[in-house]
Design a protein around this ligand. Sequence first.
Ligand SMILES: Cc1ncc(COP(=O)(O)O)c(C=O)c1O
Length: 365
Amino acid sequence: MKFHAPEYVRRLAPYQAGKPIGELAREYGLDEASIVKLASNENPLGMPDSARTAMLAAAADLGRYPDANGFELKAAIAARYRVPADWVTLGNGSNDILELAAHAFLQPGESAIYSQYSFAVYALATQAVGARAIVVPACDYGHDLDAMLAAIGDDTRLVFIANPNNPTGTFLSAERIAQFIARVPERIVIVLDEAYNEYLEPQLRFDSTEWLRDRPNLLISRTLSKAYGLAGLRVGFGLAQPELTDLLNRIRQPFNVNSIAQAAAVAALADDAFLAKSFALNRAGLEQMQRGFADLGLQFIPSYGNFVLVRVGDAAAVYEGLLRAGVIVRPVGGYGLPEWLRISVGLPEENARLLEALAPLVGRR
Ligand SMILES: Cc1ncc(COP(=O)(O)O)c(C=O)c1O
């Protein structure tokens, strides 16, 4: 090859996204309308009407660049999460925030820590900047925080925690995270990724932003892709003290969140009714799915997110069988879980379709 690229870039394996509906329709000659996609932890309700209206208004004039500073969106986030606006970093999805953190705090010769079976982007972001990954073995499919603390070395700069975790759906209590944060040296940045926070039962929720005031090394990452229903628009944000926020903003693309996305996000953040509906639908769907898996005699990890990790045996074959039945789920062999599938919660009828299609493939009915 004529041109040079760092070896760590050449060794990167690109992120495997869930199969798009159009692709399955083309490959298997299926009608798009008949396909059920439970592969990317999206909101089965689609986007909120409030956001659609705001988006259409913003779409009337796209001749100008977006507000690079995202004034209105930052103000809406600041009000909702009770932090000053200069503690907010906007991201093109929260994926962007994770990458900004890796770019800002890691370089070759340094390390990042994350858990086995934790979100794939932590590995990608770490490798993309040539840093070393310290992958700490999971405990019961979740984070082993004591082992993560013990893994910290002189060259460690970043720790990623997903709570709830994707793809396993496990959850860490406020108490355990608070203890962990208190024991991590302040020179190390902790990324607390709360992409699925809005799906937690009220009694499990806690205000992690309270820790920000005492912890200049804490970066909380949130998204509007899940419960807020805006995955296709790509809006996420980071919350941290100004010094950390300032570093992220030095490397952030100035227009990383487009005008339509900013307008839709402001509306979605104010739409409590949609959020409540998303939560209720997910709670019922989780119950339906987990009950269905239990009836099929399948092992699953009780989930705190909007998806369930279920053990089906030969997951590649079951995945293929489900595709033929017009149901897209997510294989997780790449996570080292070749016997499992991750299945997002859908509408009640979509969950029923999945369970019906799954039964014969796992030797039932
Ligand atoms: C744990 C976790 N963090 C972050 C993300 C990124 O989501 P987005 O970039 O859409 O905000 C996801 C998406 O699935 C996720 O599961």
